[in-house]
Design a protein around this ligand. Structure first.
Ligand SMILES: CCCCCCCC/C=C\CCCCCCCC(=O)NCC(=O)O
Length: 549
């Protein structure tokens, strides 16, 4: 089995190496200036130029391919070169009909179903099983004129916040290659964050769009479940109907996310997947100017506290939004400490990790899957370990018990009922404050060193909350870690193992991007994007100043 696995891995790596070399040899005649000129355009401007014919799709594609090949050498985010992109671009240049994404090169996460290509999700077991048909999302992207040109890397099984696997290795962060780009859409984060792509498709069941967006200093949107179709893609935990993965977008600005959402939410998608609510993009909400009431918080009190830079980012965002004329109020999300461990941990691994075990059977297990070993321990053993570690690390003791097996479907039904009640109580509390949106941290820390995120799950609790609740949430890069943040980090209290790890991981992090999360009620993606857009606009000056770091 071992030899067979390493042969398959090597073959897959050789195949990618060969495709990258072929691509590189074909791309010789575009000048450096031309590549930078094209790839440096804002997505909206690029689309205008493609639409007017000022730029040809074939040349635009070449520019992004060049940049991707070049950046990939250091960052390792490509899992497949999409060969037909070239023909698609040429076809685009002669097409009589032009879609809203006419000629736009896009990157897609490894799990997106693309005819003729594997979605290995970092599993050796899944090598050599090419998709027989394009997924709904791929079909819609193509129909709207987009040109998927590379597939991007993920952590093994995608149930992790790092981005490494035994087939393609580790993807690195474009701001500091010794750090993780975050996961699981880490390949997308690195591609968009390095300028190799203007926009890409990711997925998120526990932060997988938002964590990489924040780590890589780009924008990201995790919509409400099934606002974008997931049909025909890798059936990622699709058996769990209480916590679902969402297809979302990462991009270099908020406008790019809005353009993508508008293009995807079209009658063609609603026809191919009638289970998607047929709600087109509400431009009037995205463009509205009515002053809003926005809640904010910088931590989960007595539970999870971000490092100073991440708390400061929320306060920077608050000040910017106030300047824009909005009313900001402090708000405490209700009953998080009591419920999040169970309602997320027990929920995401409701099968006690059996799906993971099946996926990983006989496979080489990556270091980012460390948590997998502890979640599958017999529960009585977990209770004993939890009891003994409690005096030293109360948090770890509780976390160990978060994933608990269901003894019957009856018990699982009751659990679902409790989660549904919590969701409605949470929503009631939000509405009692008459809030339109909320801003809060994305994680407890900026990008951590490679290998760390697999041991710091609690760091992502600010994201996972909105997966359980199924609220849309976006990420806006707001600031960078300053010398003062680093000084204040010395006073950051780290009473447990994972916080100690996070504190250590922050060392040497001056200049890393720090983002905030913007959240709205379900199916209010347009309002979420509006808040994100205003934040981005208000921060423009601050971003210019940041160039100094
Ligand atoms: C305070 C809350 C912490 C609860 C911790 C529970 C125990 C953790 C057990 C398992 C880890 C699950 C990791 C989930 C990573 C999800 C990343 C993601 O969104 N992937 C899905 C996707 O790509 O669609």
């Amino acid at each position: 089995m071992g030899n067979h696995n390493s042969r398959k891995r090597q073959q897959k790596r050789d195949e990618l190496e060969r495709d990258l070399n072929i691509l590189e040899n074909r791309l010789e005649n575009l000048s450096r200036e031309r590549i930078e000129e094209i790839t440096g355009l804002k997505l909206r401007v690029l689309l205008e130029k493609l639409n007017s014919g000022e730029l040809k799709s074939a040349e635009v594609l070449q520019a992004f391919q060049c940049k991707a090949v070049e950046k990939n050498r250091d960052l390792n985010f490509i899992t497949a070169v999409i060969k037909e992109a070239q023909d698609d671009a040429v076809a685009c240049d002669t097409a009589s009909e032009k879609g809203p994404l006419h000629g736009l090169p896009v990157t897609i996460k490894d799990c997106v179903g693309l005819k003729g290509y594997d979605s290995t999700c970092g599993l050796v077991n899944w090598i050599g099983k090419p998709w027989e048909e394009n997924s709904v999302l791929t079909k819609v992207l193509k129909k709207q004129g987009a040109i998927p040109f590379i597939k991007t890397n993920v952590p093994q099984t995608m149930l992790a916040y790092d981005c490494s696997n035994p087939i393609f290795g580790a993807t690195k962060n474009p701001h500091d290659p010794s750090r993780s780009p975050g996961g699981s859409s880490g390949g997308e984060g690195a591609a968009v964050g390095s300028g190799a792509s203007l926009v890409g498709i990711g997925t998120d069941i526990g932060g997988s769009v938002r964590v990489p967006a924040a780590c890589c200093g780009v924008y990201g949107l995790k919509p409400t479940w099934f606002r974008i179709s997931s049909a025909g893609n890798t059936p990622f935990y699709s058996g769990n109907k209480l916590l679902c993965t969402c297809y979302g977008v990462l991009g270099q600005d908020v406008d790019s996310l809005a353009i993508m959402m508008k293009a995807l939410l079209c009658p063609y998608m609603f026809k191919l997947d009638p289970y998607v609510p047929p709600i087109p993009f509400q431009s009037e909400i995205y463009e509205s100017t009515k002053p809003l009431k926005i809640g904010f918080y910088t931590e989960f009190e007595d539970f999870i506290t971000p490092v100073p830079a991440c708390q400061r980012a929320v306060l920077v965002a608050k000040a910017v939004l106030e300047q824009k004329g909005h009313k900001l109020i402090p708000w405490t999300p209700p009953n998080v400490k009591d419920n999040l461990f169970t309602y997320y941990g027990r929920n995401i691994l409701a099968d006690y990790g059996e799906s993971l075990a099946v996926m990983l059977k006989g496979d080489v297990i990556d270091q980012c899957m460390q948590v997998f070993h502890s979640v599958r321990l017999p529960y009585f053993l977990k209770r004993i370990i939890s009891f003994f570690i409690k005096p030293f690390d109360c948090f770890a003791s509780r976390m160990l018990l978060a994933v608990k097996p269901f003894r019957s479907i009856y018990e699982w039904f009751n659990f679902n009922t409790k989660v549904e009640k919590w969701k409605m109580d949470f929503k009631d509390n939000w509405q009692n404050y008459e809030m339109d949106a909320v801003i809060c941290p994305v994680m407890t820390a900026p990008a951590l060193p490679l290998g760390y995120p697999g041991r710091a799950h609690a760091s992502m609790a600010f994201c996972t909350l909105y997966n359980v609740l199924n609220f849309p949430a976006g990420v806006v890069p707001v600031t960078k870690v300053t010398a003062t943040d680093m000084e204040e980090l010395k006073n950051y209290k780290a009473p447990n193992t994972w916080q100690k790890l996070v504190k250590k991981g922050c060392e040497g992090g001056k200049g890393l991007p720090v983002a905030v999360q913007c959240v709205t009620l379900p199916f209010q993606e347009e309002l979420c994007l509006r808040v994100m857009k205003e934040l981005q606009e208000g921060l423009q000056y601050a971003h210019d100043e940041m160039e100094e770091y």
